[in-house]
Ligand binder design. Structure first.
Ligand code: HEC
Length: 107
């Protein structure tokens, strides 16, 4: 009896932890929404998009880059090295979602 109780209890804790994990885990679908809202004015963020601004790398190109990851994206967005790129104030989780989206699109 005792053992079963403890087991059920552990199960509930695990579920609760999983719920928490989900809300902070990077979400590529949310990243796509953010990209379309904030980045698509200049970047081609998805294959179907007809055009961005000339000379701006597409998200497919960025995602293929060896040096691209969540860390480099957040460093870049925190202080865009070129003035042509605006300083967008995104939260850490938004940046994680974007990075997941940019990475996930690659074959
Ligand atoms: C107003 C236009 C504009 C918007 C909006 C914009 N970007 Fe950019 N971005 C640029 C330009 C232009 C470059 C090319 C480098 C430069 O000149 O700054 C660039 C470069 C980048 C790079 C670096 C590519 C590399 O390999 O060096 C990343 C990453 C990036 N953008 C991500 C984003 C994300 C994510 C968003 C949306 C949250 C976004 N950008 C929104 C104009 C924009």
């Amino acid at each position: 009896m005792h053992a079963i109780r403890a087991f059920q209890c552990a199960g509930a804790v695990t579920l609760a932890l999983m719920g928490v994990g989900e809300s902070v885990a990077a979400d590529a679908a949310r990243g796509r929404d953010i990209a379309q809202r904030w980045c698509s004015e200049c970047h081609v963020v998805a294959p179907g998009q007809s055009h961005g601004t000339d000379g701006v790398p597409t998200f497919a190109q960025i995602g293929r880059s060896e040096r691209f990851d969540e860390g480099s994206l957040s460093a870049f967005l925190a202080a865009p090295p070129h003035s042509r790129m605006p300083n967008l104030s995104l939260t850490r989780s938004e940046i994680a979602d974007l990075a997941a989206y940019i990475k996930a699109k690659q074959p």
